[in-house]
Design a protein around this ligand. Structure first.
Ligand code: ADP
Ligand code: MG
Ligand code: MG
Length: 869
């Protein structure tokens, strides 16, 4: 079995075997780019390692020896050589990129002899010892498990004693002393020396990388991102090149497009005279890559050309690592770059226009849920005008957020989980250990770090607003407090952050509506062309509907008329109606409600501009409109001009033990037909009003809660008779349809019968799920989380369709319904109509459209396109 592949043997399609880093190093090598030589120990070797009780097997060891000999020959350097010492890095890399999760060791091959040799050859003693102290610390940390802080403290103390500002101030002698201090750490902590034998260093490093696949950070990341644990990691062994070899050396990272906005230009940072992780770790504040253009124009041009070539080749935005050694450029890594959702959309759309990818590919590249953050509100302008920002930092991840501050991942998580607070995580910097706290935060602020620091990269990946490198911020973890530009803040205080601008505000600032940006509109337009499913909005008011139309909704799939009754003046009329003793007494409130409802429907129809609008007749039980506690009853009785005793009697008589299963929906139509008649009058009245203005509306009237064909037929007759009477009176014709919600299991079971008397179906998944499971949807909070935690349910069926149960009822209803009416329009109007996973299933069972809240319309549209592709 071949366990080891040289970079010349691999290519980008071998990720599974070589890991992402290895496959791309090989690909870059084969594209003729300047990549330091090396080889990859495969993920199969990793699995073999685990099978072999965490030891490299003999076959791997033998191949390693050959690979190393070959590498030595290629580069003309070898381990322990005093004229040409070989130094290598050992770099982990799994098939799926896991930034910062796995461990890397640089400068393997240095020891007390080779460090002297290196100093002599390069005539740069400082550089040699700088490299050695890095090896001692990284090896100590990764292989021996000594904390980074142990080593950092030694350096910090040294800097402090000498009043140094930066690592660059350390002299050669300082570095030599650091090396000897580090070696003492080994003796003190481990009771053995740092291994001087390069081969021993290499083997131990490889072992540790393989073992690190199962370290806690990696496990958390895999859990967060649903990456299977048995993929294994590969290890890359690569000749070192030195960014810390002097002033004409450096190291950096760059994206081929701006990962925050998607703009097409090189975006990145570099540090001169630095090695490896210095840029990412935020130890020194790096330079923007644009300044490299002035500092080393020739090299910048070369890098720009490489970046373009790679992007063209991978047909996606690339995240690149490079190092300059004495004026020569080396490429050390390429991978598809993480980006904000805003950037993802812009890049996908731009790449279609640049003929790099197809529209379909562009659509498949955007995770539907991710566009939610593009729709995230910015700060409300008026409210913002009352605030001045107190500090600013680097705008690492866009969007506005307001929340209560916490200084540790644990505290943030506790505040979020236990107190349901919206949380802003404020720290000096973040590391992979903080992931769980970052996930729950609405915003992230750090005092240190650059645009590619851990905090920045992770926040962008999650679409969480973040500001990093805030110099005016000091965090005191012990006191659980922070100072921002002189303002003292404590745990739990409110802070607002604008990740787009990089501005920080003290206190809470309201957020405002946003409009869909142009790129997203373009993408949503393509999505519409590609999808079978229509995407409608659940909208009760003109404001909701306008919002939905801005997001590209095809129309309204559900208007819940009862929501219109909760405005104060309407509620009063509704209450008059409910407590009326006889039909006559109901006349006046009905007449008033009619006028108001007609006005609402007129507005919705007018906005619709030819799009379909489906209006559902009254659904909830009447007692929901009545007051319940004594004080309220007295107040309302006065308004209604009845005695409190009388009102109380009416309230009592409408009380139900199980209201969700009680007197509601079309059951109200059977007992109070005049309410539905009034609503029909309002709907048709509005349509006729528009007809007078030469606008033709086709009303779609939806009956809730039907369970029986005879019941649907009774209610439909009621509605149709009323409509026909209205049309005859006016002597006009109007097309209209009367359909039913499918939300009773019995209706699904007898969908063929119901289809005979129904012009369309629309699944009400909330009630259908509630009744199929027998879970009261208002009470699931008490047990659902435990069901999910215990794995009894894979997901909350009110949020993602339960394919095996509720889904089967739906499938059956679709089939039965269409067996009677092949063209029967069938929609889904419960909240899960906007859930991407559910949409995939609805596409499979041939639903015609989904309807969801306005803010989910873009998500549903993308999901619908992806389901069709
Ligand atoms: P990560 O996966 O955490 O990014 P890497 O394996 O890419 O870890 O390495 C960490 C840092 O060390 C990077 O900045 C990388 O560019 C640098 N590095 C790795 N190998 C070499 C090498 N052979 N020569 C010079 N720098 C290297
Ligand atoms: Mg790293
Ligand atoms: Mg890297």
């Amino acid at each position: 079995m071949q366990y080891i592949y040289t970079f010349k043997e691999g290519n980008k399609d071998m990720r599974r075997l070589l890991g992402g880093k290895g496959a791309n190093l090989a690909q870059m090598t084969n594209l003729g780019l300047p990549v330091p030589s090396g080889f990859t120990i495969s993920t199969e070797a990793c699995n073999a390692f685990y099978k072999n009780h965490n030891q490299l097997n003999n076959e791997t060891l033998a191949q390693l020896k050959t690979a190393l000999d070959q590498l030595s020959q290629n580069v003309g350097k070898s381990f322990n050589s005093l004229s040409k010492p070989l130094l290598v890095s050992v770099r982990s890399g799994a098939a799926i990129s896991m930034p910062g999760m796995m461990d890397t060791i640089l400068n393997i091959g240095l020891n007390d002899q080779t460090v002297v040799a290196l100093a002599k050859i390069t005539a740069n003693e400082r550089f040699a010892y700088d490299s050695y102290r890095r090896l001692l610390a990284m090896y100590g940390n990764v292989v021996e498990g000594i904390s980074e802080a142990t080593f950092d403290t030694v350096i910090e103390d040294m800097k402090h004693q000498n009043h140094y500002q930066s690592d660059l101030d350390l002299t050669t002698n300082d570095l030599k002393q650091i090396v000897s201090e580090f070696k003492k750490v080994y003796i003190n902590k481990l009771h053995h020396e740092f291994p001087q034998n390069p081969t021993e260093q290499l083997l131990a490093a490889i072992n540790s990388v393989f073992e690190s696949w199962n370290n806690h950070r990696a496990e958390v990341y895999r859990r967060e991102n649903n990456i299977p644990s048995d993929l294994g990691t590969a290890v890359n062994v690569q000749m070192m090149v030195f960014g810390n070899a002097g002033k004409d050396s450096g190291t950096g990272v760059a994206f081929t497009r701006d990962p925050a906005t998607g703009k097409k230009h090189l975006f990145g940072e570099y540090l001169l005279n630095a090695q490896g992780e210095d840029v990412v770790a935020g130890i020194r504040t790096p330079q923007p890559i644009s300044t490299l253009k002035e500092a080393m124009p020739h090299l910048y041009a070369q890098f720009e050309a490489i970046a373009a070539k790679l992007e063209f080749y991978y047909r996606d935005m690339q995240d690149l690592e490079f190092t300059i050694e004495n004026g020569k450029l080396y490429m050390l890594q390429a991978r598809d770059g993480k980006r904000t959702p805003t950037a993802a959309v812009k890049i996908a759309v731009d790449m279609v226009y640049e003929d790099l990818i197809s529209k379909q590919e562009a659509l498949m590249r955007i995770k539907p849920e991710s566009v939610q953050s593009i729709l995230y509100p910015e700060f409300d302008e008026k409210d913002l005008a009352n605030h001045d920002f107190v500090a600013s930092g680097l705008p690492a991840s866009p969007g506005a957020a307001t929340g209560q501050i916490y200084f540790t991942a644990e505290a943030a998580k506790a505040a979020h989980d236990e107190k349901q607070q919206t949380v802003i995580l404020v720290r000096q910097d973040t590391s992979p250990e903080d992931i769980e706290g970052m996930v729950v935060s609405e915003g992230i602020v750090t005092s240190r770090g650059g645009m590619t620091s851990h905090a920045a990269v992770v926040a962008r990946g999650m679409g969480t607003p973040a500001i990093v490198g805030v110099n005016e911020l000091q965090v005191d973890y012990q006191k659980r407090s922070a100072t921002i530009s002189g303002h003292q803040l404590h745990e739990g205080d409110w802070l607002s952050v604008d990740g787009t601008q990089g501005h920080i505000y003290i206190g809470q600032i309201k957020t405002a509506d946003t409009v869909v940006n142009e790129n997203l509109s373009t993408l949503l337009g393509w999505a519409k062309q590609e999808s079978h499913l229509g995407v409608y909005a659940n909208a009760d008011t003109p404001a909701d509907f306008s919002q939905a139309l801005r997001f590209g909704a095809d129309g309204i799939g559900l208007t819940r008329t009862e929501h219109m009754f909760f405005k104060p003046e309407r509620l009063l009329e509704m209450r008059r109606l409910i407590i009326a003793e006889n039909a006559e007494a109901r006349q006046l409130p009905l007449k008033r409600l009619l006028k108001m409802q007609q006005g609402d429907f007129y507005e919705l129809y007018k906005l619709s501009a030819g799009r379909s609008v489906t209006i559902r007749l009254l659904d909830p039980p009447l007692h929901e409109f009545l007051p319940h506690d004594e004080k309220e009853i007295r107040k309302v009785a006065k308004q209604l001009d009845v005695t409190p005793t009388y009102l109380e009697q009416r309230v009592d008589s409408l009380k139900e033990l199980n209201p969700m299963l009680g007197h509601r929906g079309d059951r109200l139509a059977v007992t109070f037909p005049d309410i539905y008649q009034m609503q029909v009058d309002a709907i048709i009245g509005a349509a006729l009003q528009l007809l007078d203005e030469n606008v033709i509306i086709e009303p779609h009237i939806m009956i809730p809660l039907t369970a029986l064909k005879s019941e649907m037929s009774w209610v439909k007759d009621l509605v149709v008779n009323r409509i026909e009477q209205l049309l005859v009176n006016k002597n006009v014709r109007l097309e209209y349809t009367v359909g039913t919600m499918m939300e009773m299991p019995r209706a699904c079971l007898t969908a063929d019968e119901i289809a005979e008397v129904s012009d369309f179906f629309s699944f009400g998944t909330n009630d259908l799920t509630q009744l199929t499971f027998g879970y009261s949807r208002d009470d699931v909070g008490s047990f659902m989380p435990e069901y999910i935690k215990q794995g009894i349910l894979p997901a909350d069926p009110f949020q993602t369709v339960d394919v095996d149960g509720v889904g089967q009822l739906m499938k059956m209803a679709v089939e039965k319904g269409r067996s009677i009416k092949p063209q029967l329009p069938i929609g889904v109007c419960g909240e899960i109509g906007g859930d991407p996973k559910s949409i995939e299933f609805f596409e499979q069972i041939d639903v015609s459209y989904v309807s969801c809240s306005p803010f989910r319309v873009p998500i549903a549209r993308l999901a619908a396109a992806q389901a069709s592709l």
